[in-house]
Ligand binder design. Sequence first.
Ligand code: MF3
Ligand code: CO
Ligand code: CO
Length: 295
Amino acid sequence: MKDGTVKVGRNDLCPCGSGLKYKKCCIGKSKPEPDDLTALYAKKYRIRLKQEADIQGIREAGRLVIDTLDLVEPEIRPGIRTDEINTLVHEYTIKHGAIPAPLNYRGFPKSVCVSVNEVICHGIPGERVLKDGDIVNVDITSILNRYYADASKTFFVGTPGSEARKIVQVAKKCLDLGMSMVKPGNTIGDIGWAIQTHAESKGCSVVREFVGHGVGFDFHEPPQIPHFGRKGEGIRLIPSMVFTIEPMINLGKKELVVLSDKWTTVTKDRSLSAQFEQTLVVTDDGCESLTPYET
Ligand code: MF3
Ligand code: CO
Ligand code: CO
């Protein structure tokens, strides 16, 4: 309009970001009330927005998760069995009054996922011995005072080769770029778009079958956060949403195979795969990591 104000029609999308028509939402209100948005996101998307006390609880669980990653990091060297990483994570988690969320989750038999080289995710700790040049993702989810936080990093074992360096660098950058899209008004599709664009520009591929997810009250909550997609698509981000971004990036093709243990997921072409994950809360002007680490 000439005077600079934009007229919203009754049948247009509501400017509050709900995805509903204006006439079904904020028409007649001076501005959308947070309470309305909470109810709306719950009803329409099954998304449970977090209150400040919840966010503080998830932040504390997240502190424990990154402390546990820090505990594990110096122990990653050639010769260590993946089950030894499980023992470290399990004992440290319990000692701090928390519960390792993976243990018995849908039948998962261990307390942490440890995914080596061609393993994309959900590697079960066991007798595999890490060797010089491997890459290994350690994915930790802890439940502290009923709150869940979820984060992972991919580490080098000994001295990495050029392929290992490349895939880890690309996966890290994918998480960073995904996080940079997290702010009110942007959409879930913007996150996936940023990640996919970068990965593919480097000749790498994005796993489709596993996605980021709402987290905090439960291990996996709505919404799903795909690491691929189109700009502007999907649910609009609003403050106090809490979810993970956890791109799984393959050096070769995107296809995967789940092994006979029903968990271990590998690249079909057996190329290297790397992943980084953080738990984030959408703030008024961007996001805060509740599992902060430098990438
Ligand atoms: N931590 C994984 C995630 O990022 C989920 C692991 S499920 C498990 O969502 F059962 F394998 F632990
Ligand atoms: Co996760
Ligand atoms: Co995880």
